[in-house]
Design a protein around this ligand. Structure first.
Ligand SMILES: C[S@@+](CC[C@H](N)C(=O)[O-])C[C@H]1O[C@@H](n2cnc3c(N)ncnc32)[C@H](O)[C@@H]1O
Length: 404
């Protein structure tokens, strides 16, 4: 591979924004890709993937490069040089890369790869939490899986299309997509590609959604005609899937505490042809109270640490703080207590997270079931999806039923 100066400069600028200015990697990459209209698919892939790779391996690379935060521009160049050396790329004779100690980099890599927190590039506190909660064996395998690049998975919107039709349209654009065994609505791209510019996407025929995430709406056991509330709907990934599973019949109320996310949800619902979705901003608890004992199904896709989705969101390793984890667990329990009241007798509820930590998952459900509100419910089943076992994101989902 030959390095191109303007692409590498874009990566260095991006790293500065992410590491020093606290900006989010996905937003930064989005901005970088708008920089030069002449960049082709390969150039864009280089900028995006290199930036994500360096964010993912920040601790390991910084340790090898012997630099400490806050990183200067020179430090970011040194980190980049580590990335390029370990990729086996011949370094060009640019002044920023002069004197790169290639052999020392390889030696330090071998040394540091013997220590998990460096090998898997993770903060000490997170490594300790993961090991404590999952045990050494499972955590080591899971952490390794969470550091791999995620493949692109589509969820075919059955309101508008089917797998065969989407495969055919993508093939016309030289994009190959294959079915995924065990995931009825999923197609997996054999190579990463930008599908958002494709007409099939613009016409709502599919959404980009990880295979594990596609399990959640189906877990709620919905059917056409039911009254369903998606309590933490965000921009509506699961809401749209619910609408498709319900064949646009019945009612879906999508809620969130952030109104701007619901605006985006509305746009997506329109594109998807999902007509049975209405949004309600959770301005105060009255919004919830109005629906007490009224819903056939309640989905709680709870806010969480996001430790199950590090493959697609590697900067969460550096942004997440132990205090946030403590706070979010309190929020999760409060949400379970408050929103479960919307389930009517005989109705069902799913509690889900994109975390792999038992303390955010089965332990929350256990605490809920022994509480006053939880005594109304019986536990039906749960599923703990680990990335190293499934090959997709880490997720948790539990199905509970309210007693008649
Ligand atoms: C895991 S995300 C939801 C993702 C979304 N369901 C999807 O499939 O695209 C969790 C959501 O919970 C929202 N949230 C946080 N605290 C909340 C609360 N107390 N009540 C309702 N929603 C909340 C966040 O704004 C966020 O959109």
């Amino acid at each position: 591979m030959r390095l191109h100066r303007n692409l590498v400069f874009a990566v260095i600028d991006g790293l500065n924004l992410i590491f020093n200015e606290g900006e989010y990697a996905d937003k930064v990459v989005e901005k970088l890709l708008k920089r030069d209209k002449r960049w082709g698919a390969r150039d864009r892939a280089f900028v995006a993937e290199t930036t994500y790779d360096i964010v993912r391996w920040k601790r390991l690379y910084a340790e090898i490069a012997e630099v400490k935060e806050p990183f200067t521009r020179d430090n970011n160049w040194r980190i980049f040089a580590v990335w390029a050396t370990l990729k086996g790329i011949t370094l060009p004779d640019w002044k920023q890369l002069e004197g790169t100690p290639t052999r020392r980099i390889k030696g330090r890599f071998d040394e540091l790869s013997k220590i998990r927190k460096f090998k898997e590039s993770i903060p000490d506190w997170m490594d300790k939490v993961g090991e404590k909660e999952l045990g050494t064996g499972v955590w080591t395998k899971e952490l390794h899986a969470l550091n791999q690049q995620a493949s692109v998975i589509l969820r075919i919107n059955s309101l508008k299309s089917n797998k065969k039709e989407v495969q055919r349209i993508l093939a016309e654009n030289e994009i190959e997509a294959l079915p995924v065994k065990g995931y009825p609505d999923a197609l997996q791209l054999t190579e990463r590609a930008n599908v958002f510019t494709n007409d099939a996407f613009k016409n709502g025929m599919f959404e980009v959604q990880d295979a594990s995430s596609q399990k959640v709406a189906a877990f709620l056991d919905v059917a056409p005609g039911l009254r369903v509330v998606d309590t933490c709907a965000g921009a509506g990934g699961k809401t749209l899937h619910l609408a498709a599973l319900m064949e646009n019949k019945g009612q879906i109320i999508a809620m969130d505490i952030y109104g701007n996310k619901l605006k985006e949800l509305k746009r997506r619902a329109k594109r998807n042809g999902a007509h049975n979705v209405e949004t309600r901003w959770i301005e105060n608890n009255k919004v919830i109270k109005k629906l007490h004992n009224a819903m056939d199904r309640v989905l709680i896709d709870a806010p969480c640490s996001g430790l199950g989705v590090l493959r697609r969101n590697p900067d969460a390793k550096w942004k997440l703080q132990p205090e946030f984890l403590d706070d979010i667990k309190k929020t999760q329990q409060q949400i379970l207590q408050d929103y479960s009241k919307m389930v009517k007798a005989g109705g069902k509820m799913v509690y889900a997270t994109c975390s792999i930590l038992p303390s955010e998952n089965q332990e929350q459900v256990k605490v809920f079931l022994t509480s006053e509100a939880g005594k109304e419910f019986t536990f039906v089943k749960d599923e703990k999806v680990l990335s190293h076992e499934s090959g997709f994101d880490g997720f948790y989902m539990a199905l509970l039923e309210r007693k008649k």
